[in-house]
Design a binder for this molecule. Structure first.
Ligand code: BTN
Length: 266
């Protein structure tokens, strides 16, 4: 099938990982706009080296290859573009509107509905003078809520309807096209950051951010036009480009802060 003017869609009954497939294609010089969709992944990849498991046909499992002209510290705007396209597609097809947990989850309340994983292959940019490849993949729970301990949700539960996967896929690609184009210029990137600001469930929350070798706790107060999170902490204001975020909740007793629900577990 066609994914619109910009995208070429390849559909699989089963593949190990749609992200891995597109990274391999990128290394062979595939142009941007290539999309992989699977009914089932035998080795789906999640963030931080985790697996992403879902029964066949229970989720929208989709990855897209883009080659945006972004400096390395802004590449995560490609993640934002896909996450925001998915928010808009969910709204169009199911009538419910998820929020974005910075930098890359879709939430209904505190429950995870979808996860986004961006992977960059530094070697995949040199082929035929192409810009570096970024593969951004999303898993949207349609009828599967994720592993029980994760306390996730799915679009059928959230909307009270059966969701047609192909309709959601087509809407997502339609919504992605203008957001991908926005990555090409400063004004578009600022508009994308503005949209992220308006959909971001992390702003105003107390958060803990896990980074390689470091942990930061504070209140998320803003997003920059580069999509970085601005955090007020006891040691001052910090701008964070990436990290694994836990939304924290109320203070139970002096100094004791609990996570905001099972949705933060994955
Ligand atoms: C997360 O850990 O929250 C990110 C999960 C991303 C899963 C998607 S499913 C389609 C694409 N292919 C993969 O192997 N992973 C991503």
């Amino acid at each position: 099938m066609s994914g619109g003017r910009f995208f070429e869609v390849r559909e699989f009954a089963e593949v190990d990982s749609t992200n891995r497939y597109l990274l391999a294609e990128a290394r062979r010089g595939a142009p941007e706009g290539l999309v992989a969709v699977a009914d089932h992944q035998s080795a789906g990849r999640g963030r931080l080296g985790r697996r992403w498991e879902a029964p066949a046909g229970s989720s929208l499992l989709l990855s897209v290859l883009v080659r945006p002209p972004l400096p390395p510290d802004q590449l995560h705007l490609a993640t934002a573009a896909l996450a925001l396209a998915a928010v808009a597609a969910c709204r169009r097809i199911s009538g419910v509107e998820p929020a974005v947990k910075w930098p890359n989850d879709l939430l209904m309340g505190d429950r995870k509905l979808a996860g986004v994983l961006a992977e960059v292959d530094p070697g995949a940019g040199d082929v035929q003078g192409l810009a570096p490849a970024v593969v951004v993949g999303i898993g949207v729970n349609l009828t599967f809520r994720g592993p029980p301990e994760a306390g996730g949700t799915c679009l059928s539960d959230a909307s009270g309807r059966q969701i047609d996967r192909r309709s959601l896929q087509e809407a997502l690609l339609e919504e992605l096209e203008p957001r991908r184009a926005a990555l090409d210029h400063d004004q578009g990137r600022a508009e994308l950051a503005g949209e992220l600001r308006s959909r971001c469930a992390t702003l105003g929350r107390k958060v803990r951010i896990h980074q390689v070798g470091a942990e930061l706790e504070g209140t998320a107060v803003d997003l920059t036009d580069s999509g970085h999170l601005v955090l007020d902490t006891p040691t001052g204001r910090h701008e964070v480009a990436a990290g694994d975020v836990v939304h924290l909740r109320t203070v139970n007793a002096p100094g004791v802060v609990t996570p905001s629900g099972p949705g933060q577990l994955y």
